[in-house]
Write a protein that binds this ligand. Structure first.
Ligand code: SF4
Length: 401
């Protein structure tokens, strides 16, 4: 019986596994191992030798609990961690009870670890830093052999480096793309498995390939056409879990989305109604760019869903007032919906470990009032609680950066 190498798949990390799984299955040593997916912690397959986790910081406490339980129930099991949190705090992640941690993109390191495991010696330990970035176009976004059919990741990496976000540090500044042919090849396999509605995953859906708007429009159109030909019946672009940057929104791109995609909502990352706060966030665009993007989406017969964040470090009461005024302007002058959220401190982001600014009750009251109209949504109370918990974990030593 071959030793089992299991991937701990959760609803939250589903999108991060296929390219790692493809790398593992393509490793020279793969024949010596039996790869499985573990969806529930209590269902470890017989013969499991290794279990790999990938998780984000808000999941830290739950993962720590699961690792403690596994250490007690399966003392010889080799536990490996990767993903956003492990990359930002490899030493702290090791201290949770993992044997080895991959910091950075996991594909190449996973292959080397797989080889070491198949060789039958003692499993590798410590921090493995992965400097190499995956050439996205060389792998599909699905891994049918393990039943992994997540959202269609079309791009990875982000040049913007917004101070609250971990994408640039985790995936690098160079935006890499899967070509329309490669995305469509993944869609064809997913369609054969019974999937027909696809959401595209990208740090900025309107930055797909191309040097200017016309080239990007042509690339997106080819992407959509090829995916339909591959068996998709519904395609969703520029909406959850992706968004578009305000400074990339152009009428030609919105018209294409309106004509070819299922979604009638486009998520616009405005983030603040204050240029001073946008500067602190290193967003690289102005409030005027957000205003224009919201108006263009409205004129394109789409619903702009506008992301606005409160409590970013350094934000002052007058900045929050400006964000409320921006929200009210969007609601008054367009059919926009608002997604309000609170800054959450995350290891790996440039702003870490600064705490959120306290937000006045009058701001919450204004957001609540808009909620009652049905045009504003958001889990800001939950995000506040999670943010406070993350900072407490740092004080308690669960996070070491
Ligand atoms: S928030 Fe968006 S644009 Fe900014 S760094 Fe993250 S992925 Fe890039």
């Amino acid at each position: 019986m071959r030793p089992v190498f299991a991937l701990r798949v959760t609803p939250r990390n589903r999108n991060s596994w296929p390219s790692v799984a493809t790398a593992l299955l393509g490793a020279e040593a793969a024949q010596a191992l039996d790869f499985r997916v573990l969806e529930r912690p209590g269902e470890l397959p017989d013969g499991t030798r290794a279990l790999a986790f990938s998780f984000v910081t808000p999941e830290l406490e739950g993962v720590a609990r699961e690792v403690r339980a596994l250490r007690a129930s399966h003392p010889g099991l080799w536990l490996l961690a990767g993903g956003a949190h492990a990359s930002a705090d490899p030493e702290g992640t090791l201290a949770l009870g993992f044997d080895a941690v991959v910091a950075g993109e996991g594909e190449q390191a996973a292959q080397r670890l797989c080889g070491a495991l198949a060789a039958g010696g003692p499993p590798p330990t410590g921090v493995w830093r992965s400097e190499a970035l995956l050439e996205l176009d060389q792998s599909l976004h699905v891994e049918p052999r393990l039943g992994l059919f997540p959202f269609a990741e079309i791009s990875r990496g982000c040049p913007c480096g917004c101070a609250f976000c971990v994408a640039t540090r985790l995936f690098g500044r160079r935006m890499r793309h899967r070509s329309p042919q490669v995305v469509a090849a993944g869609v064809a396999l997913a369609a054969r498995a019974g999937y027909h509605r696809f959401r595209f995953l990208s740090p900025d859906a309107f930055s797909y390939l191309g040097r200017d708007t016309l080239e990007r429009r042509a690339a997106l159109e080819e992407l959509l056409v090829r995916c339909f030909e591959a068996g998709a019946s519904q395609l969703m672009l520029g909406c959850f879990p992706s968004e578009v940057r305000p400074d990339r929104v152009e009428p030609e791109l919105l018209a294409l989305l309106r004509a070819r995609c299922l979604n009638r909502t486009v998520v616009i990352g405005a983030q603040a109604g204050s240029d001073r706060v946008l500067g602190l966030m290193h967003r690289g665009h102005t409030v005027e760019a957000s205003r224009r993007a919201v108006r263009l989406a409205h004129e394109a017969d789409l619903v702009p869903l506008v992301d606005v964040m409160f409590g970013f470090p350094g934000e002052a009461p007058e900045d929050r007032q400006a964000s409320l005024a921006f929200i009210e302007e969007c609601l008054r002058e367009t059919r926009a919906l608002i997604h309000a959220h609170v800054y959450m401190p995350l290891p790996g982001s440039a702003a870490w470990p600064a705490a959120p600014e306290p937000v006045e009750d009058r701001v919450w009251a204004a957001l609540e009032a808009h909620t009652r109209t049905g045009r504003l949504e958001g889990d800001w109370r939950k995000h506040q609680r999670i943010g406070a918990r993350i900072l407490r974990w740092r004080e308690e030593g669960l996070i070491r950066v």
